[in-house]
Ligand binder design. Sequence first.
Ligand SMILES: [Zn+2]
Length: 209
Amino acid sequence: MLSKEQSEEIKKQLLLQVDKLPQENKEQIKKYISKLNGEQLEEFLKQNKIQIQQPGVTEGAAPLAKETQCIFCSIIKNQIPSNKIAENKKSIAILEINPLSKGHSLILPIEHTTIEKIPRQALSLAQKITKKIKTKLKPEDVKIETSSFQGHAIINVIPFYKDVPPKKEKASEQELQKLQSKLETKKKAPKTIRVKKISKLPEVSFRIP
Ligand SMILES: [Zn+2]
């Protein structure tokens, strides 16, 4: 049985989540949720298969996330914020928020797909990011590994640094933003060629023997 505080907290979380939903009947859902009493709320959670994180246990966990919802698909659809550094038609590259090392990046095929079916554009993006990491971060080596999570194949691009053993650690938002600006591929602006006005031609003297 939920305590009064618990149900209030859960309702608060739910309302926040509902706000992010694309549904048109949001207001109706919100009204419905706010009127539920403790018992009804529990029933509502059960019916919708919503697992509530105990407040304070996990920060920022999405209580409405269903098991079937793929985190990478959500990132691709911009439902979950990420630090994107590059993209092409079939894939995007983002920074891993729990990197093994500085610059650890993930290439996500846009289509929810298995390792065997990773599009070659995703592999070429991985290569591009590898090059970028090499020039900007100067690691000793960069490894490319494929893995799959919730059935969505991804490519890990992991730099290795001398004397720094890889260790999974949460990166701060600040650190991620710094890396993002370093590794980001900016859309190329058309080059403007500035022609300097030549006021005086350099003097060239020839010596004729
Ligand atoms: Zn997916």
